[in-house]
Design a protein around this ligand. Structure first.
Ligand code: SAM
Length: 224
C-alpha cells in the first residue's frame, strides 16, 4: 500500500469501476469540467487513504473519518479546490492540512514541488509513509497557519481546514500573481470557499459558495 498510494497505479485494482463511477458523477452531476483534475483523480487510489474498515465507501462522494478526529475531504470538494488552484508543473505549492495525504497526492501530480503541513503528528507520519513514492512532496508536522517561510514564496497555497480569516503569514508568503484557496467563515465548521489572488495593486478575493470543513487550529486560526 505504501508506495502505490502515491504512485497512482490505480488502473486495474478491485476498485477501478467504483473510481470510474466517482469520476462520472463528478463530471456529469456536479459539473467538474477540468479534465486534468478528473484524470488525476482517476489515477489515485482513494481507498488506500481511508481506514481499512471504510475502504468500500472510498469512492462515494462523502468525507470520511480518519484518525485524530479529522476527515478526508469529499471528492467533490477536492476536485473543486484543485480546479480553483489552476495548477501548473512550474508551481511551488504549500498545502495546510495534509490529513490522509489524498489531496497532497493530487497536487503532486499536477503541480511542481509540494510542501504540506499537518498539525496532528500521527497523520503527518502516516501521510509521509503513504506518499514516500512521490519525490516532489515534503511533509512536516507543525502549525501551518504560520506557513513555511524557508520555502516561500509559493505560487499556490491550499488550506484544507476552515479559517476564521485568511492567515496573514500565508498571504505574506504568496508570490505576486499567486493564489490561495481557503475555506473562511466566522463559525467553526461553516465556511465559504474563497480564492485570493495577489496582484501588484493588492489582493483580489472571490467567493465560490458554502462548504463545511474541520477547523484550522493554530496561531492564526481557531483556538484548540
Ligand atoms: N486534504 C486532506 C485529505 O485529503 O485527507 C483532508 C484535510 S482535513 C479536512 C483538515 C486537516 O487540517 C486535518 O488533518 C487537521 O488536523 C489539519 N489542520 C488543522 N489545523 C491545522 C494547522 N494549523 N496546521 C496544519 N494542519 C492543520
Amino acid at each position: 500500500m505504501t508506495s502505490s498510494a502515491g504512485n497512482g497505479r490505480a488502473g486495474s485494482d478491485e476498485f477501478a469501476m467504483a473510481r470510474d463511477r466517482m469520476i462520472r458523477v463528478l463530471r456529469d452531476e456536479f459539473d467538474v469540467s477540468d479534465e486534468r483534475v478528473l484524470g488525476v483523480m482517476a489515477s489515485v487510489p482513494r481507498h488506500l487513504f481511508v481506514p481499512e474498515a471504510l475502504k468500500f465507501q472510498a469512492y462515494r462522494n462523502n468525507a470520511l473519518p480518519i484518525s485524530g478526529k479529522q476527515t478526508i475531504s469529499q471528492p467533490l470538494i477536492v476536485a473543486r479546490m484543485t480546479e480553483l488552484l489552476d495548477l501548473e508543473k512550474k508551481h511551488k505549492v504549500l498545502e495546510i492540512g495534509t490529513g490522509s495525504g489524498y489531496q497532497t497526492a493530487i497536487l503532486a501530480k499536477l503541480g511542481g514541488k509540494i510542501y504540506s503541513i499537518e498539525r496532528v503528528l500521527d497523520l503527518a507520519e502516516t501521510a509521509k509513509k503513504r506518499l514516500a513514492g512521490l519525490n516532489n512532496v515534503t511533509i512536516k508536522c507543525s502549525d501551518g497557519t504560520n506557513g513555511w517561510d524557508a520555502y516561500s514564496p509559493f505560487d499556490r497555497i491550499l488550506v484544507t481546514a476552515g479559517a476564521p480569516v485568511p492567515p496573514e503569514p500565508l498571504v505574506a508568503q504568496l508570490s505576486n500573481g499567486g493564489k490561495i484557496v481557503i475555506p473562511v467563515g466566522d463559525e467553526k465548521e461553516r465556511q465559504n470557499l474563497i480564492r485570493i489572488t495577489k496582484t501588484p495593486e493588492g489582493v483580489v478575493r472571490e467567493t465560490f459558495g458554502a462548504c463545511s470543513f474541520v477547523p484550522l487550529i493554530g496561531d492564526h486560526g481557531w483556538e484548540a
